[in-house]
Structures are given as C-alpha cells and as structure tokens.
Design a protein around this ligand. Structure first.
Ligand code: TA6
Length: 289
C-alpha cells in the first residue's frame, strides 16, 4: 500500500499493530484492532483524547481510552444473549483498505466484515466502513451496510474519551432540555434542565433523540472541545468517579479526574434498524478551540 509521508505502521510489544500519523496538522495513532483511534494531537494543542496508562494493548482486550468503536450493541448485550460488553467490533481486527492525503488531512479507511465472533453472535452479513480523517479536526465516519436479506437492528457508539484538566472544572453544553436514561439510577428517565452539565459524582447518562453539537468547556486547561455529529440520535456522558474507577483494573485510581466520555451514539430507543441492503452513516467531528 502506497503511504503518504508521515504514516507508519508498527507492531507493538503487546502483539497488536498500529498506524502512526505525523502531518503538518496533527499527530495520531490508530490500532488495527477495533480501528481504534488512541491519540489525536492537533498542532499547538495538548492531546485531545485520554488513554489510560494502565490500558492493555493486547489482542482481544478493549483499549481503555481513545475512541472505542462500539457495535452492534451498547453496554451489556440484552435479551439474555451472550457476547462481550459493547459488542465485538472493538476487539476484532479490521482491514485497512486505503490511506489518502488531502492537503493536511490524512484519511484512513478501515473495513470490518463478519468474522467468526460476529457469526457466532448472530451477525453473518454486514459491512462496516470506518473513515478516520486526521487533521486540525478529527472526523470519524462509521457506515453500516446491511448485507443480509433480513432487517438488521443494531446499536453503535463512537465512545470518545476526552482528556481534561480536572473533572470538577469542566461543564458540558448542548444537552439542555434533553431526556436521558440515568444508568446510575436504575435506568430512570430524567429531563436535563436548562443548565450546562457539571460532574460531581459517578455519571452515566444516555441522552436520547438529540442530534445537537456538544461542547466540553475545560476551564482548567482554558480550552473547549467541540463535538458535532450527524446520523447520531444519542449522546452518552460518562465519568466513573472514585468508586467505579477502583473496579476498573485498566484505569489508575486518579484517572477519573482526567477524563470524560462524550459519545456520539445510537443507543437504547435510538437503535438503528436497516432494511435489507440499506446503510446508515454516523459521523462525529471533533475540534479544539
Ligand atoms: O458509555 C458508558 C459505559 O456504557 C459505562 O456504563 C461503562 O461501562 C463504560 O461504557 C465503559 O465500558 P467498558 O466496557 O469499556 O468498560
């Protein structure tokens, strides 16, 4: 494969493979397992994505941080059916179809088609195309194609972990007035008020029926992370706080202070059903000011 200058492939000590990108506009790393973006550092900015220092980078284990690609279910699989939390896409090997450069932006096109795991969980006929565009903006476009003769119902999320100065000095705007499912309160449905979201305890909420752009206002680092999206009706906000973090072996005890997840998704009520042969594209576009 002909690679633009500044794009390298490397095998990691843990036995995974990744692409590293160094362009005039940004630096980034993407693992072939899960097509998992782990780093994105636009020029003259601090890293935008959080990755745990204790994350495992070994085959078959989810990476803690960056942007996990969640598909075809969100959270635990429902219906008493078997399968790993957040689906099997993030721990499967994806194929890198192409690498293109357009001015300062480098786009990597990854493809995922049914593997043994997918078939064993009842997903024999689909194709995912995931285009990762690295530049002064990070654009992630996940397209699902239903290649079966039956309707395909699935959930999905670009489960972005953002690096922040301190969780108690951020606020999140864009979700005012939305309805959300509170996963820390027995999945109760609640109404977000007209205030920005501030986080002062374990927070795990799936905001429904919202296509809004959201902003993380990071007062400690004096920056804003703007996340626009299309083809996504859910936005998930998660911070494990102190006690939940203690249960996560791949997070340091103080990591909860340094990260917040704000995820562009289609989850719960917003699961997608594709007719045979149909497709759906979820796009999230991230920039820093
Ligand atoms: O998106 C929030 C969430 O669903 C939380 O409930 C928590 O489980 C988080 O994802 C991380 O999940 P993981 O399987 O990566 O540990």
């Amino acid at each position: 494969m002909q690679l633009p200058s500044g794009v390298r492939f490397e095998d990691t000590p843990g036995g995974t493979r990744r692409a590293t990108i160094c362009s005039s506009e940004a630096e980034a790393s993407i693992y072939f397992q899960g097509a998992h973006v782990t780093e994105w550092v636009p020029k003259s900015h601090k890293p935008v994505l959080f990755v745990s220092r204790k994350s495992l980078f070994v085959p078959g284990k989810p990476i803690r941080g960056g942007v996990p690609v969640i598909w075809p279910w969100f959270g635990p699989r429902g219906g008493g059916l078997p399968g790993p939390a957040h689906g099997f896409a993030r721990t499967s090997d994806w194929t890198l179809e192409s690498v293109q450069q357009n001015n300062g932006t480098i786009t990597l096109h990854f493809v995922f088609v049914p593997n043994e795991a997918a078939r064993s969980f009842g997903f024999p006929a689909f194709r995912l195309d995931y285009r990762v565009s690295i530049g002064s903006t990070l654009e992630l476009a996940l397209e699902t194609h239903n290649r079966s003769g039956e309707p395909l119902t699935y959930e999905e999320a670009l489960h972005s972990y953002f690096a922040i100065g301190d969780i108690e000095s951020i606020s999140i705007s864009g979700l005012e007035g939305t309805t959300y499912v509170d996963k820390t309160d027995n999945l109760r449905r609640k109404q977000q008020d007209d205030q920005t979201i501030r986080i002062a305890k374990e927070t795990d909420q799936v905001h429904l029926n919202t296509g809004a752009a959201c902003v993380i206002h990071d007062h400690a680092w004096d920056r804003r992370i703007i996340v626009e999206k299309s083809g996504s009706a859910s936005t998930v906000v998660w911070n494990p706080w102190i006690e939940k973090t203690k249960t996560l072996s791949d997070m340091a005890l103080d990591d909860w202070r340094k990260m917040v997840c704000m995820e562009s998704a289609n989850a719960l009520d917003n699961a997608v059903t594709l007719a045979p042969g149909a497709s759906h594209k979820l796009i999230t576009s991230i920039r820093v000011e």
